[in-house]
Design a protein around this ligand. Structure first.
Ligand SMILES: *[C@@H]1O[C@H](CO)[C@@H](O)[C@H](O)[C@H]1NC(C)=O
Length: 79
């Protein structure tokens, strides 16, 4: 998976662990009208726990979530 994505302002919903990408930061793109940027995901790190913004790839977001909640995968049945 690449660390950047092409965005068009659309909102993507990942139902796996209820993460909602909320922002993409503009960068140069070779496609008119589109930009390339990192995605910020608004995620809940544990059931009933705090909601935080994490910027990066989905792999980086999961890595962060596992760091703050070692039970993240089992809490959200990702395994
Ligand atoms: C995450 O960022 C968005 C956009 O800036 C903001 O509206 C939202 O309140 C933030 N969420 C948290 C948990 O900080």
């Amino acid at each position: 998976m690449i660390s950047s994505v092409i965005t068009s302002g659309a909102v993507f919903l990942i139902s796996l662990f209820q993460a909602l990408p909320i922002a993409a930061f503009p960068a140069a793109s070779k496609i008119d009208g589109y930009s390339i940027g990192d995605i910020t995901w608004e995620i809940q790190t544990s059931p009933g726990g705090p909601v935080v913004n994490v910027t990066g790839t989905v792999q980086e977001v999961i890595k962060y979530a596992e760091k703050v909640n070692p039970n993240f995968r089992s809490d959200f049945t990702l395994d």
